[in-house]
Write a protein that binds this ligand. Structure first.
Ligand SMILES: C[S@@+](CC[C@H](N)C(=O)[O-])C[C@H]1O[C@@H](n2cnc3c(N)ncnc32)[C@H](O)[C@@H]1O
Ligand SMILES: [Zn+2]
Length: 220
């Protein structure tokens, strides 16, 4: 049968969307393992790539998550490819065809996820330069934080992958832990001095003031 001849596009018809190979390629990542890198400048709002996979119900999703955790506990691959799309369904992107599964998380991502009628699109949140790595926010729940250390390197990164609305809690906990460490070191020297103890419960003094207080302690 002769191949159908393509008809010229009328000016009112929208231009076909370029497929992902136009925008990105798979390469080594600066964040983790492999990642997805821009081949060219990607304009803000461009639908770059679709996250494809098998649509599964929540029960099946939980079963697969348990299997993933067991694999991880045995030292195997613990990468998460299951994508939450609605209250009833998830998409398991563990298929070779799904190149979007290589996109890493960042706490300051350059892409967003747009779920349209059950299909998952990765969309540029801003202009992305050629050579930049694509990232989006995985949005993992807070209670899973110890399982997902983050190496995105962005300024506000709390060190773990958790949904953006909860990151302040981790930052606050980290600050408290730092504060506790600093004050307990100081406390060892200042032990038995109620006045200093009271001051310690607020904020550790800056280092030069700390020195002055110690000198004062030794002089009395
Ligand atoms: C869907 S895979 C992404 C592809 C991954 N880079 C690879 O080579 O397999 C998701 C896994 O990548 C890792 N990952 C993604 N973003 C990360 C980040 N910001 N910091 C540390 N690991 C990350 C985690 O192990 C996560 O479970
Ligand atoms: Zn991060």
């Amino acid at each position: 049968m002769p191949a159908a001849r393509s008809r010229p596009r009328s000016p009112s018809q929208p231009a076909p969307r370029p497929d992902w190979t136009h925008w990105v390629r798979l390469a080594a990542s600066a964040i983790h393992g492999r990642g997805v890198i821009a081949r060219r400048l990607i304009p803000r709002g461009a639908r770059v790539i679709e996250y494809i996979g098998e649509r599964i119900g929540k029960m099946e999703s939980r079963r697969r998550e348990e299997r993933r955790r067991a694999r991880l506990a045995r030292g195997g691959d613990g990468a998460v490819y299951i994508f939450d799309i609605s209250r009833r369904y998830d998409v398991d992107g563990t298929t070779r065809r799904n190149v979007a599964r290589w996109i890493n998380h960042s706490c300051a991502p350059n892409c967003a996820v747009d779920v349209v009628r059950g299909r998952i699109w990765i969309v540029a949140r801003r202009e992305i330069l050629a050579g930049e790595e694509l990232s989006y926010d995985y949005g993992f729940p807070l209670w899973e934080w110890p399982d997902h250390p983050c190496r995105c390197g962005s300024a506000g990164c709390p060190g773990y992958i958790v949904e953006s609305a909860q990151r302040w809690r981790l930052r606050r906990a980290a600050n408290r832990a730092r504060l506790q460490r600093a004050t307990s070191e100081w406390g060892r020297v200042a032990r038995g001095r109620p006045l200093l103890d009271r001051a310690r419960s607020f904020f550790p003094p800056p280092p030069d003031l700390r020195l002055k207080i110690l000198n004062f302690q030794f002089s009395i």
